[in-house]
Write a protein that binds this ligand. Structure first.
Ligand code: NAD
Length: 254
């Protein structure tokens, strides 16, 4: 939805937008003319988020702002959406991209690692939806895109916590999609395979090679490829798609 002359401004909130897939999503949405709130979680990531916002302003002429909030905290998620709306216009698009891993085999997985991954990946998306959906209902328009993962759809060794959070995202997506469809809001999930980011750079080389061997396209995905799909789902063209979890993985989970 490009901004129209004289129309009230609208924005996209992208959680975890300072790097990786989130930063690519910020870019793809700004390229389509949306103002963007680039969320980051800690003071340490402020500089990176501000650099992303500055580059969006310079390259695409949109309004963009870095906003700090830990999405796992209900109050901070509310304040993120409020601040974005006050500074950048009605929140028309919410991309719940923020996510973490705390991988371990089940027998070694700590309770705290299960809780933290669920709190950020799943509760974080719930918190941001709670904050953004009322105004979307009022406007009778909105787009929500939640970041799932093929781990959530197919499972993965060492990722009981992460896969549970990403499967939870699919359930949240489908249920919320049913509830808000009559209000002109679509809710979809994107389930990437192995995308080249800091998150996957941390995976040991041996496992990366194994994964690569299982990808029919014989390459890892680019953040920009995931971002294009998100931008499409966030667009007017995708108005009749809701409640879907779309895999983008070079055929890995076929
Ligand atoms: P990344 O680690 O590069 O980026 C994640 C971002 O989320 C970071 O900027 C981080 O600071 C932010 N974040 C973490 N906790 C947060 C919190 N509590 N509040 C706000 N922000 C927080 O990872 P990425 O690879 O770009 O992943 C982005 C999303 O895509 C994640 O949800 C991830 O689970 C999902 N995903 C990634 C891959 C992949 O192969 N890279 C595959 C499937 C799904």
């Amino acid at each position: 939805m490009a901004q129209e002359m004289n129309a009230a401004p609208v924005c996209a909130v992208v959680t975890g937008g300072a790097r990786g897939i989130g930063a690519a999503v910020c870019e793809a949405l700004a390229a389509r003319g949306l103002n963007v709130a680039v969320n980051h979680s800690h003071a340490a990531s402020r500089e990176a988020a501000e650099r992303v916002a500055e580059s969006l302003r310079e390259r695409f002429g949109v309004a963009a702002q870095a906003i700090q909030a830990d999405v796992s905290d209900f109050e901070q998620a509310s304040s993120l959406v409020e601040r974005a709306a006050a500074a950048l216009g009605r929140v028309h698009v919410l991309v719940n991209n923020a996510g973490i891993t705390r991988d371990a085999l089940f027998l070694r997985m700590k309770e705290a690692d299960f809780d933290r991954v669920l709190d950020v990946n799943l509760k974080g998306a719930f918190n941001c939806c709670k904050a953004a959906v009322p105004a979307m209902c009022k406007a009778r328009a909105g787009r929500i895109v939640n970041m799932s993962s093929i781990s959530g759809l197919h499972g993965n060794v060492g990722q009981v916590n992460y896969a549970a959070s990403k499967a939870g995202i699919v359930g949240l997506t489908k249920s919320l999609a049913r509830e808000v469809a009559p209000r002109g809001i679509t809710v979809n999930a994107v389930a990437p395979g192995f995308i080249k980011t800091d998150m996957t750079n941390a995976v040991p080389e041996k496992i990366r090679e194994q994964v690569l061997g299982n990808i029919p396209e014989r390459r890892f995905g680019e953040p920009a490829e995931v971002a294009s799909l998100v931008a499409f789902l966030a667009s007017d063209e995708a108005a009749y798609i809701t409640g879907q979890a779309i895999e983008i993985d070079g055929g890995l989970a076929l």
